[in-house]
Write a protein that binds this ligand. Structure first.
Ligand code: TRP
Length: 329
């Protein structure tokens, strides 16, 4: 079984990324053959970005994934732009992607509305490139956070339409969203997803935050009126903290509610802070160590790209052949 997922090189990764996606990647290494993880620098060019900073962000993300437990012996970890077939397959798949489907993508609607100067065509094509990432490896399973479900559904439809239009050479992937922890919200605005792109520093816990910063951010997290530690529709802040504590401890949200039900917000928030510190401190330590050796990170990525390319070129040859692109074979 092939597992594939992609992660944005947005510099610092936060608790939402960690609980929603990265822990799933680590677990996937034991189930898949192979598990393939891709740092999607081409996707990063779909919104305004700093070209001088991007290569460093890729290394930040690489070090973060290794620190969180990815093992290059047990998975393929690589940079998207090192395997040119991603861009090539994106173009091929755009020939079976309805324009209207792309206009309906939530992420495109959100991000294009927020772009100040220029809505890039690459932002519009973002889901097609994502489909190319997935389909290039005949992926069976795609672990992602809840917000990426629509993109993976689209990749399934693209595979289906490609196979029925040309010939049956692509695999329709299954999406895998973790039941808890898939949607960690901003600590200051618990109606918005925790996100480096639009969040504020106080609303995000970074994986490499110092212990005291983590404690402070959780202490100041938005809670709601009322004083009970239970989940509920008008209790977005508390619900989010319950979810965070549950995943950090590997417990169920109900267990957290039972334990803290009779206590006020103060003790509860302190417990969440300590649990998050315990979870992230060892990751931070390994991260700082790994990030210092850029040559080693680059050589890990290069070795991963060689292995990814070995799979990608075979699939791409089939795609070109059934599409009649290139010389007759
Ligand atoms: N769009 C994904 C995100 O923002 C990243 C991504 C790119 C991805 N290609 C992928 C995820 C392929 C899964 C599979 O999180």
């Amino acid at each position: 079984m092939v597992i594939f997922s992609g992660i944005q090189p947005t510099g610092r990764k936060h608790l939402g990324n960690y609980l929603g996606a990265i822990t799933q990647y680590v677990e996937g290494q034991d189930r898949a053959d192979p598990a393939i993880y891709c740092i999607v620098d081409l996707h990063a060019t779909g919104v305004a970005y700093d070209p001088a900073a991007l290569p460093g962000f890729v290394l930040d993300t690489t070090a973060m994934l290794l620190a969180a437990g990815l093992d290059p012996e047990r998975c393929i970890l690589f940079r998207q732009s090192d395997v040119k077939e991603h861009a090539e397959l994106c173009w091929m798949l755009s020939s079976v992607t309805p324009y209207g489907d792309l206009q309906r993508m939530h992420q495109f609607k959100d991000k294009s509305a927020r772009e100040q100067q220029l809505v890039r065509t690459s932002l519009f094509l973002y889901p097609v490139l994502q489909a190319a990432d997935i389909l290039l490896y005949r992926t069976d399973e795609v672990p992602v956070g809840e917000d990426q479900r629509q993109h993976v559904e689209l990749a399934r439809e693209i595979a289906r339409r490609f196979n029925s239009t040309y010939a049956d050479v692509l695999v329709e992937p299954e999406v895998r969203v973790p039941p808890v922890g898939a949607r960690i919200m901003d600590l200051q605005d618990p109606t918005a997803k925790m996100s480096t792109t639009y969040g504020t520093d106080a609303g995000l816990v970074y994986i490499d935050d110092e212990a005291d910063a983590i404690r402070r951010k959780l202490k100041r997290a938005q809670t709601d009126s009322g004083s009970e530690v239970v989940r509920g529709p008008d209790k977005a802040g508390v619900s989010n903290l319950i979810e965070i504590l549950a995943v950090a401890r590997g417990a169920a949200p109900e267990d957290v509610e039972r334990e803290f039900g009779g206590q006020g917000y103060g003790a509860f928030k302190q417990a969440v802070g300590e649990a998050v510190v315990a979870l992230l401190a060892p990751v931070r330590e390994r991260y700082l160590e790994l990030r210092a050796d850029e040559a080693a990170l680059e050589s890990t990525l290069a070795a991963g790209a060689d292995r990814a390319r070995a799979i990608a070129t075979g699939v791409m040859a089939d795609v070109r052949e059934v599409m009649g692109v290139g010389p007759r074979v």
